[in-house]
Design a protein around this ligand. Sequence first.
Ligand SMILES: [Zn+2]
Length: 259
Amino acid sequence: MKLTWYGHSAFRIEVGAAKILIDPFLSNNPSWKRGWAEPAEGVTHVLLTHGHNDHFGDALAILKKTDAMLVANFEICNYLAGQGANGDKVNPGLHGGTVDCCGFTTAFVNALHSSSFGMKDGQNVYLGNPTGFVLHFPDDKTLYHMGDTDIFGDMALIQELHQPDIGIVPIGDRLTMGGAVAAVACRRYFNFEIAIPCHYGSFPIIDQTADKFVAGMEGSRTKALVPEIGKAFELCEDKPDINQCIPGAGLSCFTSIRP
Ligand SMILES: [Zn+2]
């Protein structure tokens, strides 16, 4: 599994033939100045956790330009198909559902947040309810992108039902849980091998570093992995224990594969 973080909640995940963009907020992302063309190269799937502009991002342009499958809640799929995305390539779901994405499955789970798309005139188009995604791959780690959310007790059910190995966790405070609470969520409800913080450092009104999260994860069996923006890294899928990827691995429990 190869991952690239583009700042905020935007990730590219590559497993076999699947090249997945989650929440592709790229061309207006203060943390990423290089647009969407490079992150979207060869993309096969676009997943949107909710409708907010800082997650919806360049989804429409990418879907129009590529043949990627859209995986999102029912309202977002309808909206994007109405705006010109290929209606034959939308794959909608809602909480409790798992959809086959050709090569992997995506389970829709809860997120405590909202899901409007802000228009230029200040109007909000409401696009259903926000979700998190659990991606199950037949021969690789299970990954849970929480979307934007606070901590909630039913995270225990997500662990019980899906047992994710890798967590992508919003930590920036104000609009999501902050780093200290996010660490409580990871430690109390999950058994991640790796937890990757996101949704910080992009806008001045949210936390600028992952320090609180990293401090909160100290002493946990879960490794807090803070990626560099735009720098792909590989998680060693052939190792049963991800801690074996690099001897003595702590915060650097990954292999950088691009300079
Ligand atoms: Zn957000």
